[in-house]
Design a protein around this ligand. Sequence first.
Ligand code: SAM
Length: 479
Amino acid sequence: MYNPKSLKADEFINHEEILETLDYAQKNKDNLELINKILDKARPRILGSETHCEGLTHREASVLLACEDEEINQKIYSLAQEIKEAFYGDRIVIFAPLYLSNYCVNGCVYCPYHNQNKHIPRKKLSQEEVKAEVIALQDMGHKRLAIEAGEDSRHNPIEYILDCIKTIYSIKHKNGAIRRVNVNIAATTVENYRKLKEAGIGTYILFQETYHKESYEKLHPTGPKHNYAYHTEAMDRAMEAGIDDVGLGVLFGLERYKYEFAALLMHAEHLEAVHGVGPHTISVPRVKKADDIDPSKFDNGIDDETFAKITALIRISVPYTGMIVSTRESQTVREKLLKLGISQVSGASRTSVGGYTEAKRPHDTEQFDVSDNRSLDEVINWLMRLGYIPSFCTACYREGRTGDRFMSLCKTGAIQNCCQPNALITLKEFLVDYATPETKAIGEELIKKELNKIQNQKVKELLEKNLSQIEQGERDFRF
Ligand code: SAM
């Protein structure tokens, strides 16, 4: 039986409820009166000096997804844009993945790290190698990482992951520092999540891959990841252990997208109902070509249009949740999605173990093909030309503004007085320390323009002071 408050996977991600939702959505896909009502509910409201958004339930959002009316789709896109601007402004947070190890005991059929793959070289970074990778990432200008590893308790036990986190935080090369380490490792125990929390991680990210239990079991035929309930209930264990920023995601292409979409929103509703805080981020990866993986073998691939609509609908359904798109997607696709709700992108990513330091890119350990191969400087330059403010900010997490504290800040819109100055401060650091002259010139202009828009005089003065201190060599200010 469907129960969003239950801690049992098959009750909070309830198959019958999803089927009923899809049926309801199909029956109402031309019900314009209902559709307009739903759109109206999702609109931002100004209450006093605050902007509020109610979001949508999985049923409401599924009706919008089923609707094929072009005019309605345009309304969805402009609403997504409006919500994005209200809560995230023009800021785009930048990060990079760091692959620690591709040893894996699971049998995931879409991933080249699956344990039946006997020809892919297996590699695990030593702490010296982690250090070298981190220095290379710092030298590009990165401040936030997402660490990635296969599941293998012999090669990659939690102690190894913890050692890597410690190493990453300890490295201060020139003006570089990694200030937030997000973690994307397999579902684990409450005890291990506690250890990750103590190690000072940012977000714990775990993609569900698919919410459809039967498909899930076929796609994960062997290894600990085969256990659907253990995987699906992982975020509850992470939250029980005190990790209050968690990142959800579906690997689009594995199952029918309407099913995944409804279930993903049900997962977000469940976290909110049980823990009082929804997911910190939602990622939208699509299956990519990889060593011994052919994405066309999966029947449920989605085209760019559908992908854009899903992104826009996630944005309006969970307005306070950040959205991530990686370099799995091309520059063109990323450009389109940025407008519709994406708030974080990766840049200059290598999806191989040791990929940032080896002279020749070691394609052979790559997890999947990257579609956007630009350097970090090129990505920053591109974002600024599009009118965005690239942000390397990690302040919220270091100030303890996580979980519901972050969400309430976000909900009142007060985040503008933190996020905007922090974005400009961290962009300034990038411009001074790492940018090419052309990127620096564009960035300095942008900072000047943004400074003039700040209305709070106190914030503006402090920010001006910090920016000039950065010019003189001081680092790491935050609002
Ligand atoms: N091994 C960990 C786990 O089991 O959750 C997580 C790390 S894995 C390196 C990160 C994600 O990459 C997976 O959750 C999966 O969604 C994605 N992935 C795997 N194979 C992929 C492919 N061929 N194309 C795109 N993404 C893929």
